[in-house]
Design a protein around this ligand. Sequence first.
Ligand SMILES: Cc1cc2nc3c(=O)[nH]c(=O)nc-3n(C[C@H](O)[C@H](O)[C@H](O)COP(=O)(O)OP(=O)(O)OC[C@H]3O[C@@H](n4cnc5c(N)ncnc54)[C@H](O)[C@@H]3O)c2cc1C
Length: 281
Amino acid sequence: MTDILDLFPQYAEELKLLRKTAREFAQRNFSPELARELDKKEEFPWDLYRKAGELGLLAPSIPTEYNGGGFSTYLADIVVTEELVRVEPTLGTAIMSGPFSSHLLYFFGTEEQKKKYLPPVYKGETTFFGAYTEPEHGTDITQLNTVAERKGDKFIIRGMKTFITNAPTAKYGVLLAQTEPEKRHRGQTLFIIHTDWPGVTIRKLTGKMGQRSIPVGEIYLDNVEVPIDYVVGGEKGINQGFYWTLAYFNVSRIGPAAMAVGLMLSAFDKALEYAKKRVQW
Ligand SMILES: Cc1cc2nc3c(=O)[nH]c(=O)nc-3n(C[C@H](O)[C@H](O)[C@H](O)COP(=O)(O)OP(=O)(O)OC[C@H]3O[C@@H](n4cnc5c(N)ncnc54)[C@H](O)[C@@H]3O)c2cc1C
Protein backbone atom coordinates (compact mmCIF):
# COMPACT_ATOMS: atom_id res chain seq x y z
CA MET A 1 0.00 0.00 0.00
CA THR A 2 1.24 3.50 -0.80
CA ASP A 3 2.51 5.43 2.19
CA ILE A 4 0.89 8.86 1.95
CA LEU A 5 4.09 10.50 3.20
CA ASP A 6 5.82 9.42 -0.03
CA LEU A 7 3.67 12.04 -1.75
CA PHE A 8 5.90 14.61 -0.01
CA PRO A 9 9.39 13.39 -0.98
CA GLN A 10 11.11 16.45 0.48
CA TYR A 11 9.84 15.54 3.99
CA ALA A 12 9.06 11.81 3.71
CA GLU A 13 12.07 10.33 5.49
CA GLU A 14 12.08 12.65 8.51
CA LEU A 15 8.29 12.47 8.87
CA LYS A 16 8.34 8.66 8.82
CA LEU A 17 10.84 8.74 11.65
CA LEU A 18 8.66 11.21 13.56
CA ARG A 19 5.61 9.00 13.00
CA LYS A 20 7.53 6.02 14.39
CA THR A 21 8.55 8.00 17.48
CA ALA A 22 4.94 9.11 18.04
CA ARG A 23 3.58 5.59 17.57
CA GLU A 24 6.12 4.00 19.91
CA PHE A 25 5.49 6.67 22.54
CA ALA A 26 1.74 6.05 22.38
CA GLN A 27 2.02 2.25 22.34
CA ARG A 28 4.34 2.35 25.37
CA ASN A 29 2.26 4.78 27.42
CA PHE A 30 -1.41 4.73 26.35
CA SER A 31 -3.98 2.19 27.45
CA PRO A 32 -7.75 1.94 27.08
CA GLU A 33 -8.03 1.51 30.87
CA LEU A 34 -6.24 4.81 31.55
CA ALA A 35 -8.32 6.53 28.87
CA ARG A 36 -11.57 5.27 30.42
CA GLU A 37 -10.47 6.29 33.92
CA LEU A 38 -9.46 9.84 32.94
CA ASP A 39 -12.54 10.28 30.75
CA LYS A 40 -14.76 9.21 33.64
CA LYS A 41 -13.00 11.55 36.08
CA GLU A 42 -12.90 14.33 33.44
CA GLU A 43 -9.14 14.69 34.02
CA PHE A 44 -6.44 15.88 31.64
CA PRO A 45 -3.57 13.38 31.06
CA TRP A 46 -0.86 15.59 32.61
CA ASP A 47 1.87 12.91 32.90
CA LEU A 48 1.54 11.91 29.26
CA TYR A 49 1.36 15.54 28.16
CA ARG A 50 4.67 16.26 29.92
CA LYS A 51 6.26 13.15 28.42
CA ALA A 52 5.06 14.14 24.94
CA GLY A 53 6.62 17.56 25.57
CA GLU A 54 9.97 15.98 26.47
CA LEU A 55 9.93 14.15 23.12
CA GLY A 56 9.10 17.32 21.16
CA LEU A 57 5.73 15.92 20.09
CA LEU A 58 3.52 18.82 21.21
CA ALA A 59 4.50 21.21 18.42
CA PRO A 60 6.63 19.43 15.83
CA SER A 61 6.44 22.27 13.28
CA ILE A 62 7.54 25.03 15.68
CA PRO A 63 11.25 25.98 15.69
CA THR A 64 13.43 24.42 18.40
CA GLU A 65 14.27 27.85 19.88
CA TYR A 66 10.71 27.83 21.30
CA ASN A 67 10.98 24.15 22.29
CA GLY A 68 9.11 22.94 19.22
CA GLY A 69 10.22 19.95 17.17
CA GLY A 70 11.98 22.00 14.49
CA PHE A 71 10.26 20.44 11.45
CA SER A 72 9.67 22.98 8.74
CA THR A 73 6.15 21.85 7.86
CA TYR A 74 2.76 21.73 9.62
CA LEU A 75 2.46 18.22 8.17
CA ALA A 76 4.62 17.17 11.12
CA ASP A 77 1.86 18.17 13.58
CA ILE A 78 -0.66 16.28 11.46
CA VAL A 79 1.45 13.11 11.41
CA VAL A 80 1.84 13.12 15.22
CA THR A 81 -1.84 13.91 15.81
CA GLU A 82 -3.02 11.09 13.55
CA GLU A 83 -0.65 8.62 15.13
CA LEU A 84 -1.42 9.39 18.79
CA VAL A 85 -5.18 9.40 18.14
CA ARG A 86 -4.89 6.16 16.16
CA VAL A 87 -3.35 4.36 19.14
CA GLU A 88 -5.85 5.78 21.67
CA PRO A 89 -8.37 8.47 20.68
CA THR A 90 -9.25 9.87 24.13
CA LEU A 91 -5.63 10.38 25.19
CA GLY A 92 -4.38 11.38 21.75
CA THR A 93 -6.96 14.13 21.26
CA ALA A 94 -6.46 15.47 24.81
CA ILE A 95 -2.67 15.68 24.46
CA MET A 96 -2.71 17.30 21.03
CA SER A 97 -5.38 19.81 22.18
CA GLY A 98 -3.13 20.94 25.05
CA PRO A 99 -1.25 23.60 23.03
CA PHE A 100 -4.45 24.78 21.25
CA SER A 101 -4.08 28.33 19.85
CA SER A 102 -0.41 28.67 20.83
CA HIS A 103 0.38 28.65 17.09
CA LEU A 104 -1.52 31.92 16.87
CA LEU A 105 1.04 33.47 19.22
CA TYR A 106 3.82 31.90 17.17
CA PHE A 107 2.43 33.45 13.97
CA PHE A 108 1.62 36.91 15.31
CA GLY A 109 3.26 37.45 18.72
CA THR A 110 6.30 39.65 19.28
CA GLU A 111 9.64 37.87 19.68
CA GLU A 112 9.55 38.63 23.40
CA GLN A 113 6.04 37.15 23.77
CA LYS A 114 7.00 33.99 21.87
CA LYS A 115 10.17 33.45 23.92
CA LYS A 116 8.28 33.93 27.17
CA TYR A 117 5.07 32.01 26.52
CA LEU A 118 5.73 29.21 24.03
CA PRO A 119 8.49 27.08 25.65
CA PRO A 120 6.50 26.19 28.81
CA VAL A 121 3.62 25.00 26.59
CA TYR A 122 5.80 22.84 24.35
CA LYS A 123 7.69 21.39 27.34
CA GLY A 124 4.30 20.21 28.61
CA GLU A 125 4.34 22.44 31.70
CA THR A 126 1.08 24.21 30.88
CA THR A 127 -1.71 24.05 28.35
CA PHE A 128 -2.80 27.13 26.34
CA PHE A 129 -6.21 28.53 25.43
CA GLY A 130 -7.72 30.58 22.61
CA ALA A 131 -10.86 32.39 23.77
CA TYR A 132 -13.05 33.64 20.92
CA THR A 133 -16.57 32.26 21.54
CA GLU A 134 -19.14 34.01 23.74
CA PRO A 135 -22.65 32.88 24.71
CA GLU A 136 -24.10 35.11 21.97
CA HIS A 137 -21.29 34.88 19.40
CA GLY A 138 -19.99 31.53 18.13
CA THR A 139 -19.85 30.93 14.38
CA ASP A 140 -20.17 34.67 13.82
CA ILE A 141 -17.59 36.58 15.87
CA THR A 142 -17.75 39.80 13.88
CA GLN A 143 -19.19 41.65 16.91
CA LEU A 144 -18.21 40.65 20.45
CA ASN A 145 -19.69 41.61 23.81
CA THR A 146 -16.30 41.37 25.55
CA VAL A 147 -14.88 44.89 25.48
CA ALA A 148 -11.31 46.12 26.04
CA GLU A 149 -11.32 49.81 26.82
CA ARG A 150 -8.03 51.68 26.42
CA LYS A 151 -6.88 53.77 29.38
CA GLY A 152 -3.42 55.21 28.66
CA ASP A 153 -0.93 52.37 28.37
CA LYS A 154 -3.34 49.69 29.53
CA PHE A 155 -6.69 48.14 28.64
CA ILE A 156 -9.58 47.33 30.98
CA ILE A 157 -11.35 44.15 29.83
CA ARG A 158 -14.92 43.20 30.75
CA GLY A 159 -16.89 40.26 29.43
CA MET A 160 -17.22 36.51 29.27
CA LYS A 161 -16.05 33.65 27.05
CA THR A 162 -17.54 30.18 26.89
CA PHE A 163 -16.62 26.65 25.67
CA ILE A 164 -12.93 27.52 26.00
CA THR A 165 -10.73 24.44 25.59
CA ASN A 166 -8.02 24.24 28.30
CA ALA A 167 -9.30 27.24 30.27
CA PRO A 168 -9.38 25.12 33.48
CA THR A 169 -5.78 23.84 33.05
CA ALA A 170 -3.90 26.66 31.27
CA LYS A 171 -1.75 29.27 32.99
CA TYR A 172 -2.43 31.64 30.09
CA GLY A 173 -3.76 31.94 26.57
CA VAL A 174 -5.05 34.46 24.03
CA LEU A 175 -8.43 36.19 24.09
CA LEU A 176 -10.27 38.20 21.44
CA ALA A 177 -12.00 41.40 22.58
CA GLN A 178 -13.69 44.38 21.03
CA THR A 179 -11.38 47.42 21.26
CA GLU A 180 -13.56 49.67 19.10
CA PRO A 181 -17.13 48.28 19.21
CA GLU A 182 -18.47 50.59 16.49
CA LYS A 183 -15.93 49.17 14.02
CA ARG A 184 -17.23 45.59 14.56
CA HIS A 185 -14.64 43.03 13.28
CA ARG A 186 -12.30 45.86 12.23
CA GLY A 187 -12.06 46.91 15.87
CA GLN A 188 -11.02 43.66 17.59
CA THR A 189 -7.73 42.89 19.33
CA LEU A 190 -6.08 39.75 20.73
CA PHE A 191 -4.69 39.86 24.28
CA ILE A 192 -2.52 37.49 26.30
CA ILE A 193 -4.46 36.73 29.49
CA HIS A 194 -3.21 34.87 32.58
CA THR A 195 -5.81 32.78 34.38
CA ASP A 196 -4.53 33.86 37.83
CA TRP A 197 -4.79 37.62 37.19
CA PRO A 198 -7.07 39.69 39.45
CA GLY A 199 -10.55 39.87 37.91
CA VAL A 200 -10.17 36.64 35.90
CA THR A 201 -12.40 33.76 37.00
CA ILE A 202 -12.47 30.32 35.38
CA ARG A 203 -15.41 27.96 35.66
CA LYS A 204 -14.92 24.39 34.47
CA LEU A 205 -17.74 22.96 32.35
CA THR A 206 -18.41 19.27 32.95
CA GLY A 207 -20.66 16.55 31.57
CA LYS A 208 -19.77 16.77 27.86
CA MET A 209 -21.06 13.89 25.70
CA GLY A 210 -17.48 12.81 24.98
CA GLN A 211 -13.84 13.92 24.98
CA ARG A 212 -14.11 14.51 28.70
CA SER A 213 -10.31 14.42 29.13
CA ILE A 214 -10.15 17.68 27.19
CA PRO A 215 -10.99 20.37 29.76
CA VAL A 216 -13.41 23.10 28.69
CA GLY A 217 -14.49 26.14 30.66
CA GLU A 218 -15.86 29.64 30.87
CA ILE A 219 -13.71 32.72 31.41
CA TYR A 220 -15.17 35.72 33.25
CA LEU A 221 -13.35 39.06 33.02
CA ASP A 222 -14.30 41.67 35.60
CA ASN A 223 -12.43 44.91 34.81
CA VAL A 224 -9.17 43.07 34.18
CA GLU A 225 -6.24 45.48 33.80
CA VAL A 226 -4.02 44.45 30.90
CA PRO A 227 -0.86 46.47 30.09
CA ILE A 228 -0.26 47.14 26.40
CA ASP A 229 2.70 44.70 26.39
CA TYR A 230 0.12 41.91 26.50
CA VAL A 231 -1.51 42.87 23.20
CA VAL A 232 -0.59 40.04 20.81
CA GLY A 233 1.94 41.54 18.39
CA GLY A 234 2.31 44.73 20.48
CA GLU A 235 0.99 48.12 19.23
CA LYS A 236 0.72 46.84 15.66
CA GLY A 237 -1.68 44.13 16.86
CA ILE A 238 -4.34 46.64 17.87
CA ASN A 239 -7.49 46.07 15.77
CA GLN A 240 -5.86 43.13 13.93
CA GLY A 241 -7.48 40.49 16.14
CA PHE A 242 -10.27 39.31 13.84
CA TYR A 243 -7.97 38.92 10.83
CA TRP A 244 -5.26 37.11 12.80
CA THR A 245 -7.82 34.80 14.39
CA LEU A 246 -9.22 33.76 11.00
CA ALA A 247 -5.72 33.32 9.56
CA TYR A 248 -4.90 31.05 12.50
CA PHE A 249 -8.18 29.10 12.08
CA ASN A 250 -7.27 28.41 8.45
CA VAL A 251 -4.22 26.49 9.65
CA SER A 252 -5.53 25.01 12.89
CA ARG A 253 -8.72 23.52 11.42
CA ILE A 254 -6.55 20.80 9.88
CA GLY A 255 -5.87 19.56 13.44
CA PRO A 256 -9.41 18.27 14.15
CA ALA A 257 -9.43 16.75 10.64
CA ALA A 258 -6.25 14.83 11.55
CA MET A 259 -7.96 13.73 14.78
CA ALA A 260 -10.91 12.43 12.75
CA VAL A 261 -8.58 10.49 10.44
CA GLY A 262 -6.74 9.06 13.46
CA LEU A 263 -10.05 8.01 15.00
CA MET A 264 -11.11 6.33 11.77
CA LEU A 265 -7.80 4.45 11.53
CA SER A 266 -8.16 3.43 15.17
CA ALA A 267 -11.61 1.95 14.47
CA PHE A 268 -10.26 0.18 11.39
CA ASP A 269 -7.29 -1.31 13.32
CA LYS A 270 -9.58 -2.63 16.05
CA ALA A 271 -12.13 -4.06 13.59
CA LEU A 272 -9.37 -5.78 11.59
CA GLU A 273 -7.81 -7.29 14.70
CA TYR A 274 -11.19 -8.57 15.87
CA ALA A 275 -12.15 -9.92 12.44
CA LYS A 276 -8.93 -11.94 12.34
CA LYS A 277 -9.53 -13.69 15.63
CA ARG A 278 -13.32 -14.04 15.65
CA VAL A 279 -14.42 -17.63 15.04
CA GLN A 280 -17.94 -17.66 13.66
CA TRP A 281 -18.40 -21.04 12.02
C1 LIG B 1 -15.97 20.87 22.88
C2 LIG B 1 -15.91 22.29 22.42
C3 LIG B 1 -14.71 22.98 22.52
C4 LIG B 1 -14.64 24.32 22.11
N1 LIG B 1 -13.46 25.00 22.25
C5 LIG B 1 -13.43 26.32 21.96
C6 LIG B 1 -12.25 27.09 22.20
O1 LIG B 1 -11.22 26.57 22.63
N2 LIG B 1 -12.29 28.41 21.94
C7 LIG B 1 -13.41 29.03 21.46
O2 LIG B 1 -13.37 30.24 21.27
N3 LIG B 1 -14.53 28.33 21.21
C8 LIG B 1 -14.57 27.00 21.44
N4 LIG B 1 -15.72 26.28 21.21
C9 LIG B 1 -16.88 26.97 20.70
C10 LIG B 1 -17.10 26.74 19.22
O3 LIG B 1 -16.13 27.43 18.50
C11 LIG B 1 -18.52 27.20 18.93
O4 LIG B 1 -19.40 26.26 19.51
C12 LIG B 1 -18.76 27.32 17.45
O5 LIG B 1 -18.06 28.43 16.94
C13 LIG B 1 -20.24 27.47 17.12
O6 LIG B 1 -20.80 28.51 17.85
P1 LIG B 1 -22.17 28.31 18.65
O7 LIG B 1 -22.03 27.10 19.51
O8 LIG B 1 -22.51 29.60 19.29
O9 LIG B 1 -23.23 27.95 17.54
P2 LIG B 1 -23.99 28.97 16.58
O10 LIG B 1 -23.02 29.95 16.01
O11 LIG B 1 -25.18 29.51 17.29
O12 LIG B 1 -24.44 27.99 15.45
C14 LIG B 1 -25.58 27.12 15.61
C15 LIG B 1 -25.97 26.61 14.26
O13 LIG B 1 -26.37 27.70 13.41
C16 LIG B 1 -25.59 27.71 12.21
N5 LIG B 1 -25.32 29.10 11.83
C17 LIG B 1 -24.70 30.03 12.58
N6 LIG B 1 -24.64 31.20 11.93
C18 LIG B 1 -25.23 31.00 10.72
C19 LIG B 1 -25.47 31.83 9.59
N7 LIG B 1 -25.10 33.11 9.56
N8 LIG B 1 -26.10 31.27 8.54
C20 LIG B 1 -26.50 29.98 8.55
N9 LIG B 1 -26.30 29.15 9.60
C21 LIG B 1 -25.67 29.65 10.66
C22 LIG B 1 -24.31 26.95 12.55
O14 LIG B 1 -23.72 26.36 11.40
C23 LIG B 1 -24.82 25.90 13.52
O15 LIG B 1 -25.34 24.79 12.85
C24 LIG B 1 -15.80 24.95 21.57
C25 LIG B 1 -16.98 24.24 21.46
C26 LIG B 1 -17.05 22.93 21.88
C27 LIG B 1 -18.36 22.20 21.75
